[in-house]
Design a protein around this ligand. Structure first.
Ligand SMILES: [Zn+2]
Length: 134
C-alpha cells in the first residue's frame, strides 16, 4: 500500500484513528491501525470552512486561508512532529505507529497562532512563524 487515504467516516469506521480524551479537556488524534504508516502516507484530507483569520481550531493552508476541519482540529502541536501539512493533506513525515499521536509543528505551519502557548516538549513559546516578538 503506497498511501492510505481515509475519509472522515472511514477514520472512525475502520478504527484507524481515534480521538483520545485526556485530563484537562486535552484531546488528541491517535493512530490505532496495526500497520505502520510510512513517509508521505496520507493521514487526512482537510475539509471544511475556510476562514480569513486563524482560530484555535483552524489549520493554515496559505495566506488568509485557515481551514476548520472537524478531525484536524484535534491534531496537536509537537516540535518534532509525526506529520506535516502539504496543501490540504496531512501526511506522515517518517513513520506513524500504533499509539502515536498525529502532530504537526504549529510554529512552522501557522503564520500567527491565535492562542500562543508553551509547548509540552520544550516549554518553547509556540506563536507562529511571523510572531516571534511575543
Ligand atoms: Zn516543544
Amino acid at each position: 500500500m503506497l498511501s492510505t487515504l481515509f475519509s472522515k467516516t472511514d477514520i472512525f469506521m475502520n478504527n484507524q484513528f481515534q480521538i483520545v480524551n485526556h485530563e484537562n479537556n486535552f484531546r488528541d488524534l491517535v493512530y490505532v491501525g496495526e500497520n505502520q504508516l510510512k513517509a508521505n502516507d496520507v493521514v487526512l484530507e482537510l475539509n471544511g470552512e475556510i476562514l480569513q483569520s486563524p482560530t484555535r481550531e483552524s489549520i493554515q493552508l496559505g495566506p488568509n486561508q485557515h481551514i476548520l476541519d472537524e478531525t484536524g482540529q484535534f491534531i496537536n502541536h509537537a516540535c518534532n512532529p509525526t506529520c506535516k501539512i502539504v496543501g490540504r493533506t496531512v501526511v506522515v513525515i517518517d513513520k506513524l505507529s500504533k499509539g502515536d499521536s498525529v502532530t504537526f509543528d504549529y510554529n512552522s505551519n501557522e503564520d500567527v497562532v491565535s492562542f500562543p502557548f508553551y509547548c509540552n516538549c520544550h516549554h518553547k513559546l509556540i506563536s507562529g512563524k511571523l510572531s516571534n516578538t511575543y
